[in-house]
Every structure is written in structure tokens, then in C-alpha cells.
Write a protein that binds this ligand. Structure first.
Ligand code: ATP
Length: 310
């Protein structure tokens, strides 16, 4: 049986002047799942998230429908806030307060009694492996510790929905892996996760379902593994320097491969592993590698390799 929808979004639009930041977006997020919003810079991910927790208002239209825990964020921001935790893109910790007090002040916003808050702080700092930093000042924390603290803070009110805007940007692989593991644990405990990320590996590892957005619009939605199987060739032959491409011309017409290139490098995508291996035979070891296609390949295929700046 399918679990219930925590977020239902239908035909959502958000316009800033002439810019359609979110353009007719529809999706559903199921309980205890991790849902990823992916897209290049400026795709509209943060704008969509802000509408979900009531920090930004969607354009008014009869078709548009947004429901979070049964509430409309445009009208019931507080109800949604009490059931959610938000990790914004920027760490907005209070540098004047130490770690414990940053959490305590948040508990006060939620009206959590001091004794309960103290217990919860111990529990959350333990969960995020920050207990030894309890009395440290924020300035003493590394970027990874700050990020973990912001996640702990978002969980202060035991949220049923955790909204994470690029939770692991700029973090080292160890911290990133640790945060992924915590997210997996939270899902098992029944928490629903809505996440934006630029790390395709992250989306692949922890998201049950993703949307790829581009310029405000949905270009693809589904289970990461299935999206890969349905939308991109299975294998990639990556050639680091295009000057080595000339020997490949003799393989023209002997198999099917799709080429993508930048100024310096090229990638051939194909479902025929043997064909890519044959092509690679004319190259020196170290000048190429053959691998399975991944979500980053699909992301680049659907949103392009150019920069998305206005
Ligand atoms: P990133 O990956 O860089 O965080 P994003 O996908 O989260 O990008 P948004 O921050 O939602 O993108 O921005 C979507 C578009 O809306 C961008 O073109 C941005 O410049 C514009 N935008 C966002 N907020 C505002 C605002 N308050 N006023 C005007 N334009 C805005």
C-alpha cells in the first residue's frame, strides 16, 4: 500500500517580474520517503521549497493547489512550521551564543519546556555527533560541524517533515556520508525528507524519488534508478583530452554511440559495452575510462552542459 502524501503540489507557479521562477510544477511527496528537487542554479528549487513552508507565496490561480499535512502554506504557515524542520541554504546560527544555547533558543520558539529541551539537546547533539562541542562557541566550529548543528536545530521540535536546502554543500566526503546515514535513519523513523542538492551521487544514494527542474519547469520525475534505465545509455567512455579522439574515426558506423563534448573532453554514451571497449583499444591506458552512466550524466543530458546564468 502506498503511504499517504505529506506534500501535494499541483500547477504551482511563482513569478518575479517577468521571470517564471517556478513554472506549473506538480508533484507529491509520500510519508517516510526522501524526495529530491534537482536542477541547475536558478532552476527554482529554493523558491519551491519556500512556498512549501510558507516563506514565499505562490501566484494566485484557480488551478494551483498546495497542501502540506492537509494545510495550505499560504494560510496555515504556523501549523506547518510546528510539524516541520527547515535547514536553509545558508547556516544562520547565532554567533553570539554557544552550541547549546543556539538549540535552547530554538526550543523556546517552539514553546518546549526547558527540561525537555535540555534532554532533546543531549539526544540531538549525540545523534549528530556533536556532544563534545556542546559548550563551544559557533566560531570554533568547522563548516561540517555548523551544518550538522543546523540540522540538529531543525529537528528540535521532532518534525515529521525535514526540509533540507543543499545540506551537504561544501562538506568533506566523511561528513557527507555521515549526513546521508542520518537521513536514512530518519526515514526509517518515519520522517519525510524534502531535499535539494547539486550532488547527483547524494540524490542517487538517498532519494526515493527526484524531480529534475530546469528554468522553473519539471523536465523529469521518477525513481533515480528507473530514470537512468529509461533515459540514458548504460555505459560511458570518457576521454579526458579531445586531441586523442582522431583514432576513433575508424569505428564510425560499427556501433551506436552518442557523443557529448566540452572544449577539452568528450564522452561517448552507448548501450553496447563491447563497442566502447573496442573504441578504447586505440587509446593509451590513462587517456580514457569506461564506466556505467550515472545521474550526473542524465542531469547534464536533460539540462545541458552550458552555464545557466541569465
Ligand atoms: P540554486 O541552485 O542556485 O540555489 P535554485 O534552483 O534554488 O538555485 P531559486 O533560488 O529558487 O533557484 O531561484 C529561481 C530564480 O528566481 C532565479 O532566477 C532567481 O534569481 C530568482 N529569484 C529568487 N528569489 C527571488 C526574489 N526574491 N526576487 C527576484 N528574483 C528571485
Amino acid at each position: 500500500m502506498q503511504s499517504r502524501a505529506i506534500i501535494e503540489a499541483r500547477n504551482i507557479n511563482k513569478t518575479y517580474g517577468n521571470l517564471k521562477a517556478v513554472n506549473d510544477l506538480s508533484f507529491e511527496v509520500r510519508k517516510s520517503s526522501c524526495f529530491g528537487l534537482l536542477g541547475p542554479n536558478g532552476a527554482g528549487k529554493t523558491t519551491m521549497m519556500k512556498m512549501i513552508y510558507g516563506k514565499s507565496l505562490r501566484d494566485v490561480s484557480p488551478q494551483s493547489f498546495l497542501n502540506v499535512f492537509g494545510y495550505d502554506p499560504a494560510r496555515n504557515e504556523l501549523e506547518i512550521k510546528s510539524l516541520s524542520g527547515v535547514v536553509p541554504q545558508e547556516d544562520n546560527l547565532d554567533e553570539e551564543l554557544n552550541v547549546r544555547d543556539n538549540l535552547l533558543i530554538y526550543a523556546r520558539f517552539y514553546g518546549i519546556p526547558k527540561k525537555t529541551a535540555e534532554e532533546r539537546i543531549e539526544e540531538l547533539l549525540g545523534f549528530m555527533e556533536l556532544l563534545d562541542k556542546k559548550n563551544s562557541s559557533i566560531r570554533e566550529l568547522s563548516g561540517g560541524m555548523k551544518r550538522r548543528l543546523v540540522i540538529a536545530r531543525a529537528m528540535m521540535n521532532n518534525p515529521e517533515l525535514l526540509i533540507l536546502d543543499e545540506p551537504t554543500t561544501g562538506l568533506d566526503p566523511q561528513v557527507r556520508q555521515m549526513i546521508w546515514d542520518k537521513i536514512r535513519k530518519l526515514k526509517k523513523q518515519g520522517v519525510t525528507i524534502l531535499l535539494t542538492t547539486h550532488y547527483m551521487e547524494e540524490a542517487f544514494q538517498i532519494c526515493d524519488r527526484i524531480i529534475i527542474m530546469h528554468k522553473g519547469k519539471k523536465v523529469m520525475e521518477g525513481v533515480p534508478q528507473e530514470l537512468l534505465a529509461e533515459n540514458i545509455e548504460k555505459y560511458a567512455l570518457q576521454i579526458a583530452d579531445k586531441k586523442n579522439l582522431s583514432c576513433l574515426s575508424r569505428f564510425k558506423g560499427k556501433g551506436t554511440a552518442r557523443k557529448e563534448e566540452t572544449d577539452e573532453m568528450a564522452v561517448f554514451y552507448s548501450n553496447e559495452l563491447k563497442y566502447l571497449e573496442e573504441m578504447a583499444e586505440c587509446l593509451e591506458a590513462g587517456d580514457f575510462y569506461i564506466r556505467q552512466s550515472n545521474l550526473e550524466d542524465l542531469f547534464l543530458k536533460t539540462t545541458g552542459r552550458g552555464l545557466n546564468e541569465e
